[in-house]
Design a protein around this ligand. Sequence first.
Ligand code: AHM
Ligand code: MG
Length: 345
Amino acid sequence: MANKGVGITITQHILNQQRENPAATGGFTTLLNELIVAAKVISREVNKAGLVDILGSTGRTNVQGEQVQKLDIFANQIIIERMQHIGQLCCMGSEEDPDLIDIPSQYPKGDYIIVFDPLDGSSNIDVNVSIGTIFGIYKRKGEENRIDFLLDHVLQPGKNQVAAGYFIYGSSTMMVYTTGGGSGVHGFTLYPSVGEFLLSHENIQIPEKSKTYSVNEGNYAYWDEKTVALVDYLKSIDKVNGMPYTSRYVGSLVADFHRNLLKGGLFMYPADKKDPKKPSGKLRLMVEANPLAMVAKEAGGYASDGTGPILDIQPNEFHQRVPLFIGSRKDVEMAEEFISGKRGE
Ligand code: AHM
Ligand code: MG
């Protein structure tokens, strides 16, 4: 039953889900609760980004060779600090860190692994565009605690995630998450004066076909002919199949994905020839594509690398990049037909 005057809080919702699983120990609940605390702190900092002298680059580049801004570092640190002491994790993996993050020896270890992008879309911070934190949670494969073996625990296909989701810091702050297995995708909105995430979007379902595509079309000249054919088709006049689609691209993955999750849409970051060092596109399999792929699937959508499900890909390295087509199921399947060469209008 809802709390009088407030509604269902995220904690209440997680506890309800925990009670439905008789084998649950509460460890997973602890983990999510601590992550939520970290996100509330990040949300507070993002909201005052325009007010304090925290903007601008630190001058160092991250492992991907990209510019790092101060809030990225802050978000990364706060998540690590909050998560490392809870005794539920055997290690963590962050987009901001080249190596996996071990749990300091003074804290107990647990069976879970969290991978995250602490602040995705950070180039949008100083222009007040929505940004987000993306996370995926796995269970480690065995009992081994040695650091040498951690990578093996982490490099699992996305279908092994036991939970995934994101926080979006936008006109309001929201958490969207799923624990898979038909439990649904649920959205919670932060009620600032109460300081709680309240259930606002129960059991989100993504429309199976949409009228919207989201892609950075500035990369058009760098795409192969299959990607060009797909995007040309989306813009062509084919009234029977609902073409042309309309275009919406924020350039902030969580914002683009969130809109498409609620309204329907096809988000794409295809492979391109812009940077020979990144022939597989820009987005990262483990910290960006997999968590959102799990959310999309659980909401009735689909995520593909253009040839098959994102969630089936066995990662070879933590920072691996992947082409991403994600959103409304029929739209992603259509994209697959073009990218795999079965179709080429
Ligand atoms: P980041 O993790 O360094 O912030 O980069 C990822 C972001 C995504 O949020 C977004 O979808 C993409 O980069 C936009 O890239 P582009 O500017 O090439 O369109
Ligand atoms: Mg990112």
